[in-house]
Design a protein around this ligand. Structure first.
Ligand code: TMP
Length: 206
């Protein structure tokens, strides 16, 4: 594989969408062919799984169902989109990936790291992001931003503050475990401030 695999992570309201477009632009300026995608989602089947996962429901989904659906969508996405793109030499930017399962299903829902790792090993067969940007900001500020920009909230955004605190802590723990891959980006300030940090890290790739 010659392409690089970049993933974007963070709690709700961290401004990922804006920054994904910025990263794509920077890579294209360097002459890279870029595939931009997201999880859950990224293929027809995985987008259908996404709507199952995000639509608010009267009866709560079992935790294992949620976890397995995340990985079912991921298996399809990796096989149909991510791996072929990397093998062609394209660069892939993915808005959320397996680190989100460790943070949300692990930290948020309480599934053990070992259980998630077993699924990751089984599904990804060694595939790992080359670089991950973790957009970090306080849960309070993130949720304020989500409420300000949306009419409704999805199934995850309906959760309480302590759920998101656990997710944030879990993401930060992952970053501590893998500091070379996961770069923590302070997203509490302006868009420009976030972009300066991204530019600094992206330079190391070229
Ligand atoms: P998004 O709002 O960033 O598109 O992500 C959709 C939601 O899915 C978000 O609340 C995080 C959640 N999610 C998980 O719980 N586990 C995962 O593995 C992924 C990829 C996303």
């Amino acid at each position: 594989m010659t392409g690089q695999f970049i993933t974007i992570e963070g709690v709700e309201g961290a401004g990922k969408s804006t920054q994904v477009a910025f990263i794509k632009q920077r890579l294209e300026e360097q002459g890279k062919q870029v595939v931009m995608t997201r999880e859950p989602g990224g293929t027809d089947i995985s987008e259908q799984i996404r709507s199952l996962l995000l639509t608010p429901m009267a009866n709560p989904m079992a935790i294992d169902t949620e976890l397995l659906l995340m990985f079912a969508g991921r298996a399809e996405h990796v096989e149909k989109v991510i791996r072929p793109a990397l093998e062609r030499g394209d660069w892939v930017i993915c808005d959320r990936f397996t680190d989100a399962s460790f943070a949300y299903q692990g930290g948020g829902r309480g599934v053990s790291r070992e259980r998630i790792k077993a699924l990751a090993d089984w599904t990804l067969k060694g595939l790992k992001p080359d670089l991950t940007f973790l957009f970090d900001l306080s849960v309070e500020l993130g949720l304020k931003r989500v409420i300000a920009r949306k009419n409704g909230v999805d199934r995850f955004e309906q959760e309480k503050v302590d759920f998101f605190e656990r997710i944030r802590q879990s993401y930060l723990e992952s970053a501590e475990l893998e500091p070379n891959r996961i770069k923590v980006i302070d997203s509490s300030q302006s868009i420009e401030h976030t972009q300066q940090q991204l530019t600094m890290h992206l330079k190391t790739l070229f």
